[in-house]
Design a protein around this ligand. Structure first.
Ligand code: COI
Length: 356
């Protein structure tokens, strides 16, 4: 295997590529991975030996703390290619900031900025054939950190592994989603880890989401843990409500993920002259608006989901179907965002980050 040194990152190239076996027109989210992965270990009190190697299985002791205590955090990002073959990331500084915010909350050592960006850029250039041009195509990037120390006392690990794996992706939701407003279960609580991209936040949603799916709903919109009266986020997405021509979304707090797409949509709303209120949204208000016809749209935002419309919701047995609206805000924001991401429109906020 050829070994080359790129900046500080050692590169071990794969001798073969799996790319010809992939049907890029028919991708299921997160099932196919590119030829390489980035790996960096925390040992002897520091992050060291960043390297890129062929995508492969890991050898980790069964006693590694991640398996027992879920000491793990991750990020979700995407790379895009324009028709001239240029590669772009979208606001990657936000993901870098957030993975370290999540890491601090889970007692994981922060990851150095130069390793994060050098590792990601080198990996994307090496696997650039996996990034297909065209709006709707992207390469989903999954940076994550796991506690690798083989020890099962309940305390933070002394060793960790930071990795980046990549998967070609289209839309996460192909159809508008039907959602259930949470009445019993909670995703997060005050003082907890809801704001962090902690692996366990997702696992904790699987059981109640399975119950929702049995009733025909793909997702749950989580409500505040103490009263279940206020709508917070959907687990895979932040949530926006359109009443009349006004947009409303819940404010960030320690229970809600500080979504990059969410904050971009809030900014785009301002740019487009759409009134957007960032404030608590009650279940009562949304049900009343649905009853009197002023609730025009609900949509979710996220890196994987981009902007995904909600077609119906249920709460305490009351089901509300949302009729399709012409010129929806969801499609306007999706198009505006994707045009920026794919280098098809002006980037007045400097959100595009060229991978060179
Ligand atoms: C993302 O949007 O990047 C996420 O992490 C959500 C995940 C459920 C795919």
């Amino acid at each position: 295997m050829a070994e080359i040194q790129s900046n500080e990152v050692l590169v071990v190239k794969s001798e073969t590529s799996k790319i010809n076996a992939v049907d890029f027109s028919n991708l299921t989210f997160g099932r196919v991975f590119t030829d390489h992965m980035f790996v960096c270990d925390f040992e002897d009190g520091k992050w060291q030996s960043p390297k890129i190697m062929p995508y492969q299985a890991l050898t980790i002791e069964p006693s590694a703390r991640v398996f027992h205590y879920g000491q793990a955090v991750f990020e979700g990002m995407k790379a895009y290619k324009d028709d001239d073959g240029n590669i772009f990331l979208f606001r990657p500084d936000e993901n870098y900031r957030r993975i370290n915010k999540s890491a601090v909350r889970l007692a994981i050592p922060e990851f150095p900025e130069s390793y994060f960006f050098d590792g990601m850029k080198t990996l994307l250039k090496l696997d650039s054939d996996w990034i297909k041009p065209g709006v709707g195509n992207s390469l989903y990037i999954r940076p994550f950190i796991i506690a690798t120390e083989p020890a099962i006392s309940a305390s933070p690990a002394a060793t960790y592994r930071f990795m980046i794996i990549c998967s070609p992706a289209k839309a996460y939701y192909n159809e508008p989603v039907r959602v259930l407003f949470a009445e019993k279960y909670s995703r997060s609580a005050d003082g907890g880890v809801g704001f962090a991209k902690a692996a366990g936040n997702y696992a904790a949603q699987f059981y109640p989401t399975n119950l929702a799916q049995e009733k025909g709903y793909q997702q749950i919109i989580w409500t505040d843990a103490s009263t279940h009266d206020y709508l917070e986020e959907a687990g895979t997405m932040n949530i926006f409500f359109r009443i009349g021509d006004k947009l409303i979304t819940a404010p960030n707090n320690d229970r809600i993920l500080d979504g990059v797409t969410r904050k971009s949509v809030i900014q785009l709303a301002e740019d487009l002259g759409i009134d957007c209120e960032v404030r608590r949204v009650s279940v009562k208000e949304i049900k009343e608006a649905a009853k009197n016809g002023s609730l025009k749209e609900i949509f979710g935002t996220g890196t994987a989901a981009v902007v995904s419309p909600v077609s119906a919701f249920e709460h305490t047995g009351d089901v509300f179907e949302l009729p399709e609206v012409e010129n929806s805000y969801a499609s306007l924001f999706k198009k505006t965002l994707m045009n920026i991401q794919h280098n098809l429109s002006e980037d007045k906020h400097g959100w595009r980050y060229g991978v060179r």
